[in-house]
Write a protein that binds this ligand. Structure first.
Ligand code: TRP
Ligand code: SF4
Length: 335
């Protein structure tokens, strides 16, 4: 039986952190065993709101690929590719842009939220490219006949928009494209070290997969704890402490029980509690850090993975564009 096709990816705008790890990366590593997986580094999409900073996007392409490899996305199982190396996706985007109205894009909740957050780059009027990125994302997905798209909840409106484009296309040109389904990563959303609901680069509250042990320790030392605790024998409330929250992700069950009971009884110092957590995070991330180093020291190998992946991806996208152009009567000199 043929494997189902899975496609997902990230905009290369920064290194990946433990929020990405628990939220999506662990899942991708598991799913690569079961599905024909395409993982895209969405550099073209990253430019839609970073067009004035191409250097940032370029630099982060490598960081994101290193992060993928370090967590165990296996280039022999999954195809890791660069969006800009698949011109067929840009072609599809142009064709699909006739099938979606401006009003519909403006109503897309994801796009709406993002535009509101990006006033400093867009001012009062958003670019055509940014408004249209859901169309390009629909091209990303359909170019590979992907039916499974693992994403976070924030991306659901984009998948819905893609499904609408597919239905419209198929109703006009014939049954060519596959309608994808979102696969909600059952991973959890990780709060930031400061207690913010979201871990993010711009929030300065993230632990990166590539952080060195000293950095991890420094960040954990600055995490938000129960503010009422001044002295070690003050009785604390671990439920409002980010250190305890992270112990639950990185420490053993016994350790977690100990943290909670000792904290409540005023028998645990916050500094020691943080040191213990920092060590556990450092140990958990050690294999990831080591694997990252391995690839960092072999840039030609990373290049090769990305080139091979992109070539493989392109072959697949070429099959799709051929079918699409035929259906759209654009197959002029083919026989
Ligand atoms: N929009 C996604 C993000 O911001 C990245 C992305 C681009 C994507 N194309 C995709 C995700 C196709 C899933 C499928 O992270
Ligand atoms: Fe948080 Fe640990 Fe301090 Fe309790 S002892 S407040 S869990 S850091």
């Amino acid at each position: 039986m043929e494997k189902k096709i899975l496609l997902t990816g990230d905009r290369p705008t920064g290194r990946l952190h433990i929020g990405h790890y628990f939220g999506s990366l662990i899942n991708r590593v598991k799913l690569q065993e079961e599905y024909e997986s395409y993982i895209l580094v969405a550099d073209v999409q990253a430019l839609t709101d970073n067009f004035n900073n191409p250097e940032k996007v370029r630099k982060n392409v490598r960081e994101v690929v290193l992060d993928y490899l370090s967590v165990g996305i296996d280039p022999n199982k999954a195809t890791i590719y660069l969006q800009s190396m698949i011109p067929e996706v840009a072609e599809l985007t142009v064709f699909y842009s006739n099938l979606v109205t401006i009003a519909r894009l403006q109503r897309n909740p994801t796009v709406k939220t993002e535009i509101a957050q990006k006033k400093e780059i867009f001012g009062e009027s958003v670019t055509y490219g940014f408004l249209g990125y859901p169309v390009s994302q629909a091209a990303d997905i359909t170019a590979f006949d992907a039916t499974i798209v693992p994403v976070g909840e924030d991306q659901l409106p984009l998948i819905e928009q893609c499904r609408e484009i597919v239905r419209k296309f198929n109703s006009i040109y014939g049954d060519i494209l596959k309608e994808p389904e979102a696969y909600l990563s059952n991973g959890k959303r990780i709060k930031g070290l400061d207690g913010n609901e979201k871990m993010g680069k711009s929030l300065g509250n993230a632990i990166y997969l590539s952080d060195e042990p000293e950095e991890i320790t420094k960040k954990v030392m600055g995490a938000v704890t129960d503010p009422k605790r001044i002295k070690k024998d003050d009785k604390g409330n671990p439920d409002i402490c980010m250190v305890n929250y992270y112990h639950n992700l990185f420490s053993s069950k016994e350790e977690c029980n100990e943290v909670c009971s000792e904290c409540r009884e005023g028998k645990r110092g916050c500094v020691a509690c943080k040191k213990q957590l920092a060590n556990n995070i450092i140990e958990t991330l050690r294999p990831i850090r080591e694997k990252r180093k391995y690839y960092e020291e072999r840039p030609e190998l990373v290049d090769k993975i990305l080139i091979d992946g992109s070539n493989r991806a392109r072959e697949k996208a070429k099959e799709t564009i051929k079918k699409v152009k035929k259906a759209m009567k654009l197959d002029y000199f083919e026989n």
